[in-house]
Ligand binder design. Structure first.
Ligand code: HEM
Length: 132
């Protein structure tokens, strides 16, 4: 990612930080629309799950310009999902769900440049979820 893309992602996320609970809510709506079978795999407290999702997104966004930390976060994601054996279909669904959730929350502020920057950030981090 180039510095301008990092800035697009960080600025847009700063603008919706107060609404991160909405982002998580929309993410799971879109994820379960694309992957209905995933719903039953969530066993814990869903309020806590949403908080963990947004904490992870926030940490990744904050460290987009720090490849070592980003790699560590990717490793944590890999570990958290290892037992689920996620493949490319699930990773693709997660990427699309997050973009769709951003669109719901950001509205027109998700312009083409910002969307491309997010897609690149998501690919960088989510790509590691399927690395076995
Ligand atoms: C943008 C992509 C994703 C992010 C950022 C993300 C983030 C997280 C985080 C932070 C956790 C909590 C880990 C912990 O307990 O410390 C988690 C757990 C989990 N994730 Fe994801 N996830 C993503 C995609 C997916 C996908 C595609 C699935 C599809 C099945 C999935 C299923 C789960 C399940 C089942 C758990 C464990 C919940 C439980 O034990 O009840 N995640 N995820």
């Amino acid at each position: 990612m180039n510095p301008q893309e990092v800035q697009h992602v960080q600025q847009s996320f700063a603008g919706i930080f107060a609404r991160k609970a909405d982002l998580a809510e929309r993410f799971y709506v879109h994820l379960f629309t694309r992957l209905p079978e995933a719903r039953g795999r969530f066993r814990g407290n869903f309020v806590k799950q949403k908080a963990m999702l947004t904490a992870m997104i926030a940490a990744c966004v904050r460290n987009l310009d720090d490849p070592r930390t980003l790699e560590d976060l990717g490793g944590q994601l890999l570990q958290a999902h290892a037992h689920l054996q996620l493949g490319t279909q699930e990773t693709e669904a997660a990427k699309r769900a997050l973009i769709a959730a951003l669109r719901d929350v950001l509205g027109p502020a998700l312009d083409t440049e910002t969307e491309t920057a997010w897609a690149s950030a998501i690919s960088q981090v989510a790509g590691t979820m399927t690395r076995h």
